[in-house]
Design a protein around this ligand. Sequence first.
Ligand code: SF4
Length: 326
Amino acid sequence: MNARIPVAERGPERTEALRDRLERDLLRRMGRCITDFGLVGEGDRVMVCVSGGKDSYTMLHLLERLRRRSPVKFSIVAVHLDQGHPGYDGAPLRRWLTEHGFEHHIVREDTYSIVVDKLGPKDGEQPQTYCSLCSRLRRGVLYNVAQELGASRIALGHHREDSLETLMLNLMFTGSIKAMPPKLVSDDGRNVVIRPLLYCPEEHIAQLAAIEAFPILPCDLCGSQENLMRKQVKSLLAQMEALAPKAKESMLAALTNVRPSHLLDRGLWDRLGLDVARESEGKSSAVAGEESGEQSAGLAALRTSYGPDGTRRLPVIGNPDDQAGL
Ligand code: SF4
């Protein structure tokens, strides 16, 4: 799906058609992620964390669509955290949640002052970025709110690009092959965090958010520098995609298609009872360029299956429309 004509310049019919295609695409990808990892089950109460950005609005919108049509009965409660940033105005979000009939809670917790107090500019010191501490404090508040609301799941709106950026950052700085878990239990065992959008491309989310005209809250109120390295990795991924147009889908597919015998994790070899790699395990069915036309590794994340060696394999690719329009 490469349509990039600004929404305002499309006719209403084309915009409607694009909206439907985007929504179908994102719903299918989200549904697959939920199924693959058992993210939501019968009776779950899903607390959807809504920051006011495009990703969380889209996640809430899609989960509600899914809830209405799903045979699995679950409920949704939206939660937004007002962190006390100067100039914050959550009214547009509150209005939108009310107008769309969502059960919702706006929680005010001034984590901003704590962050500034600890990390704010001090004489003779380099300014520090706030994001790490800010996120940890936010997470702590949300965990407590989830308990108070009786939520069995906490849904976060991280998408494909967030996951790939994290993978790259871990490769570059932490010496580990690690992206973002789709399902995570908190250390104290009280909360289960889910990320249903991990198969969803950011661009599709941005396009749908623009068409739906979600009232986005500004995200620069904290005055913190954006995480510079993550920003640079994002641009690196964009360059990779300029070089190989399906690079991001291929990388996403790679996360579903790990060949442990071709890695050097001795502990993993032991845990899986490996003692030698087989030649056939090194052959990929979806090496870029081996497939024809629009067939690519891109759909692999949507149609994975297990190979005889227990690894998740790239499948035979189906209808290219699934990838383009979905
Ligand atoms: S950008 Fe600002 S609000 Fe967002 S995590 Fe960083 S410090 Fe917190």
